[in-house]
Design a protein around this ligand. Structure first.
Ligand code: SF4
Length: 233
């Protein structure tokens, strides 16, 4: 049974959501990957990690992240260093615009909030370089708030499990946002969201061959039920 069939049956929908939440969290307890930015709930460190991770693989970021955090432990130290130094620190990751955004963000956080990130989605999103994803990541990973963290990978898992067609705009779709909000509201938003990210990277991988045979969700997964004849256009 897929989303369109049970969306009007609240009890069934809630049961599926609960089951997905339980299985993903349980899977994450055994398999979650370890990265330096996952051992902190410091919003500054988390936002630095998210900026570095943009379109860049975690293994590429790891060492630089640790060096950067050591050298620049807060927004004030970034501002003090000046834009050119920050640019050369991040040079090896490519995407030079991200060092400009980071510098401008640091200036604004220091000017408006004395160097401490605001605990508010709208205020976060007013900062240079902060969109929906980064704001959600800071609130969810930093403050354990039930904020839906939607990217192309988490959307892929949700789309497959619930049988919803995935498109380029799914990350901004209210339907996906509601399902992920309902999932994180079940509890442990930080652990659940990190587990979902890793599950998307290791089990429900992109392409035609997700690891369905070892997947704990196959009993309720719409994609598995239909054996891949859904269109991921
Ligand atoms: S059964 Fe397959 S498609 Fe469904 S969630 Fe698991 S890995 Fe993804």
């Amino acid at each position: 049974m897929c989303y369109e069939q049970y969306i009007h049956d609240e009890k069934t929908y809630r049961n599926i959501v609960r089951r997905v939440w339980t299985e993903i969290l349980e899977w994450g307890r055994k398999n979650m990957r370890i990265y330096p930015w996952r051992s902190t709930q410091d919003a500054y460190k988390l936002i630095i990690a998210e900026i570095m991770l943009h379109r860049t693989k975690a293994d590429q970021v790891k060492d630089l992240y640790e060096l950067f955090i050591k050298k620049y432990p807060d927004f004030k130290s970034i501002v003090k260093a000046g834009p050119e130094n920050i640019k050369s620190e991040l040079h090896s990751l490519g995407l030079p615009w991200r060092s400009d955004l980071l510098y401008r963000m640091a200036e604004e956080v220091v000017k408006k909030y004395d160097g401490t990130l605001p605990l508010n989605r709208m205020k976060l999103m007013e900062l240079p370089g902060v969109g929906h994803y980064i704001a959600s990541a800071v609130l969810c990973f930093g403050y354990n708030l039930p904020e839906p963290v939607l990217d192309t990978n988490t959307v892929r898992v949700i789309g497959r499990v619930f049988g919803i067609k995935i498109t380029d705009s799914s990350r901004r779709s209210k339907k996906f946002e509601k399902i992920v909000s309902d999932l994180v509201t079940c509890g442990e938003p930080r652990s659940f969201s990190l587990s979902l990210i890793d599950f998307a990277a290791m089990i429900c991988i992109p392409g035609n061959n997700p690891e369905c045979e070892i997947c704990p969700l196959r009993g309720i997964c719409c994609f598995y039920g239909k054996r891949g004849d859904m269109n991921e256009g």
